[in-house]
Write a protein of this length. Structure first.
Length: 381
């Protein structure tokens, strides 16, 4: 095995100088750095980060805990986090918890036992005891794309997330401006702050357009394709009239499409549909779907960068970074004929303003309790 001493001999420098080059120190001349780098390449030397970690009391590993690694949004977040980690010579341990509180609690225990240097996590927020463990052990932690009630925690966390309220508002407003007034929503479970925020944005847009909210037009379930199909089946079997569906994420959206196709309901001729989150393979479907796209890669990258700065100063004030979302108008929404019954078969492109990010959020009375009551009603049916 090639050692740092071998590199030093070939380059004609001391092992300390090689160490400085490996650690990207400024105290090395350009000529010396080039000699050392040439020797490293020629010998195929790989720095021993475990030994370095023992000296610095680090493992050079991070943990990334995600709710559903099969969702392209989260895999893209993971790619961003991994790229930022690699740039800083860190590796990442990936964990998938399937939105399961018990599994998530076990993973946190595993992460603590592995003594990682930091954690990025998109938590199930119905129980935050496991997050308190991270704080108690002073593990630098960044929360991904979720909001938490931190009143029971000793300290506040750092957050990096998208703006789900604004994104849901944009999607709903887009449908309303095309003439839709009966807009159904297929939502995730309200234990996730992203689900609550998207319901809130949906309701805000309806209120701003003077359209009454009908709780029978919203169903709740898991952020999965199978759940999306089941919820759409449930929604259609209620016998209600609606002309468009807002799917709360891309996985739910695929399930919605599956159930509509199974019933020979055409998109957009018979039903318009919008997704929250883009889908990497949506070009395989026709028509293309109108979506809110989030900066998933940037969320992961920014979270890792924020984590590194937290590792340097564990006691600095908490920070929140919100990355804007963008409405992408494609072909899954038809404009309504005046009788409100049948969408036009030709897609109607929105004005150019729909392609801009909207940050406007109008505060309204607390919808969360109403949504919670609606969710409870669904679970009892």
């Amino acid at each position: 095995m090639v050692t740092i001493t071998d590199v030093a001999k070939l380059a004609g420098v001391s092992p300390v100088t090689v160490s400085r080059v490996v650690n990207d120190s400024d105290y090395v001349s350009k000529a010396t750095r080039e000699k050392v780098e040439h020797a490293i390449e020629e010998l195929g030397y790989v720095p021993h980060f475990m030994a370095r970690g023992l000296r610095l009391n680090r493992t050079f590993t991070l943990a990334l805990v995600l709710p559903d690694i099969t969702n392209v949004f989260w895999t893209t977040v993971a790619r961003g986090a991994e790229d930022a980690a690699m740039k800083n010579n860190f590796s990442i341990l990936f964990y998938n918890v399937d939105e399961d509180v018990k599994k998530q609690d076990r993973v946190v225990d595993i992460v603590l036992s592995q003594q990682v240097d930091g954690v990025m996590i998109a938590p199930h927020d119905s129980d935050i005891k496991h997050l308190a463990k991270l704080q108690h052990n002073r593990v630098p932690t960044v929360i991904l794309d979720r909001i938490l009630d931190e009143s029971q925690l000793e300290h506040k966390f750092d957050f990096v997330r998208g703006d789900s309220i604004s994104g849901a508002y944009q999607l709903t407003r887009h449908l309303v401006r095309l003439g839709h007034k009966r807009i159904a929503m297929v939502s995730g479970n309200l234990h996730a702050s992203t689900a609550r925020d998207r319901v809130l944005g949906y309701r805000m847009a309806l209120q701003d357009q003077a359209i009454p909210f009908d709780e029978d037009l919203i169903v709740y379930g898991e952020f999965k394709a199978s759940a999306g199909a089941a919820m759409t089946h449930q929604l259609l079997d209620r016998g209600l009239t609606f002309t468009s569906i807002f799917a709360a994420n891309n996985m739910i959206g695929m399930g919605v499409v599956r159930e509509l196709l199974r019933r020979n309901i055409r998109i957009p001729e018979d039903m318009s549909i919008v997704f929250y989150d883009d889908y990497a393979t949506d070009s395989d479907y026709f028509p293309f779907f109108t979506v809110i796209t989030q900066q998933a890669y940037e969320i992961g990258y920014a979270a890792a960068e924020m984590l590194f700065s937290r590792m340097v100063n564990l006691d600095m004030p908490s920070r929140t970074q919100i990355l804007p979302s963008t409405l992408i108008v494609r072909y899954s929404c038809g404009a309504q004929i005046k009788d409100g019954k049948s969408p036009l078969s030709l897609p109607v492109l929105a004005p150019s303003e729909f392609h801009q990010t909207t940050s406007r959020v109008k505060p309204i009375e607390d919808f969360s309790s109403d949504a919670g009551e609606s969710s409870a009603k669904e679970s009892n049916q």
